[in-house]
Design a protein around this ligand. Sequence first.
Ligand SMILES: Cc1cc2nc3c(=O)[nH]c(=O)nc-3n(C[C@H](O)[C@H](O)[C@H](O)COP(=O)(O)OP(=O)(O)OC[C@H]3O[C@@H](n4cnc5c(N)ncnc54)[C@H](O)[C@@H]3O)c2cc1C
Length: 408
Amino acid sequence: MAEFSFELDDDQKAVRDWIHGFAADVMRPAAAEWDEREETPWPIIQEAAKIGLYSLDFYAQQYFDPTGLGIPMTMEELFWGDAGIALSIVGTGLAAVGVLANGTEEQIGTWIPQMYGDADDVKVAAFCSSEPDAGSDVGSMRTRAVYDEAKDEWVLNGTKTWATNGGIANVHVVVAVVDPDLGSKGHASFIVPPGTPGLSQGQKFKKHGIRASHTAEVVLDQVRVPGSCLLGGKEKLDERLARARERAKSGGERLKNAAMATFEASRPAVGAMAVGTARAAYEVALDYAKTRQQFGRPIIDNQGVAFQLADMRTRIDAARLMVWRASWMAVNGRPFESAEGSMSKLFASETAKQVTAQAVQILGGNGFTREYPVERMHRDAAIYTIFEGTSEIQRLVIARTLSGVQIR
Ligand SMILES: Cc1cc2nc3c(=O)[nH]c(=O)nc-3n(C[C@H](O)[C@H](O)[C@H](O)COP(=O)(O)OP(=O)(O)OC[C@H]3O[C@@H](n4cnc5c(N)ncnc54)[C@H](O)[C@@H]3O)c2cc1C
């Protein structure tokens, strides 16, 4: 087990500085343009691919960093650059992790490379779980997967919503119901390979923030995928369903939800994104407060402004520490006995919302315009308290974990 340290080693510092350079030199100058265009910034993903920053190898290296700090450090720097563009770069990772977590070695080796493509022909991937009637309540999912034994194929029907890269992805990972009697225990994940007939993009959403990231509905109409596209394989699924049916029949103890454990491990990454946006807004506000003169002195001379900056920085540092702790726990297989992953996401995302709002206030009228980046950062920050589980759902998970009571 890696010792926990707050000190990045020399290799990590070099990687962090390299990502920071890309964020400062390539992402920052393009951020306002892609926010206005509300389109996937393909040329920037391509540039990231050319230097190896958008690649399976790079993310695998960060994902398996035994200190746990590889992913949060990467997320913080990219989202410091720009949240919308950064999500376009890291969105594929959500689908890749879905395959890593549930797929066989063969599935991992076949599909994850196709999610990224290569530097000359970049691709993206989408993870499709949410539905119009199943957001926080994943147990209400309706998309159905039915096995056609004669052809060894699965047939998928339903509508997914809010899918990052939905419809423009080369590979879609789709969560569907295989046994409606088992609620969320009756779900399974499927690969929908490139060009599969029946999968189409529905509405593309016009959003409040992270507008450079593509978010859309995905419609599945008689989508047929080979049996080999069921993540983990049929045998494992049948065993899992049999166990769940047995437990449901005996009314025995609740299954320790594997999906919840996965969320605890993945939520700190979203917390790190929020830390990146919060830090970016804080830095703009600090510079502005030191240079903007009113009443014959810089506005930071007023405690009312300076104390806000002190609070902003304190919260950002506290959020980062919570994120790093949870990421270290995830990589080292520590049990999340107090839902530390959810705690880190809750605190960091609320911090980003609060800090970006304070930054807008410190910039006064300028903060309210698109001439200054804090306006965009404030819009972007709103997503962190919504996706990968809303703040209310994080509180629910934390409260249930701490109390053992099924709080509703
Ligand atoms: C930009 C964007 C990108 C996304 N990307 C993806 C993606 O790639 N793949 C994917 O599958 N999904 C994605 N999502 C979906 C996201 O995870 C959901 O929006 C989120 O889980 C919330 O679901 P909902 O929007 O249906 O809200 P709802 O579940 O309808 O919640 C509405 C409100 O009610 C509150 N609420 C609900 N239940 C409770 C409760 N029990 N107690 C207290 N409060 C409650 C919520 O906290 C929220 O404030 C994305 C969403 C957005 C906006």
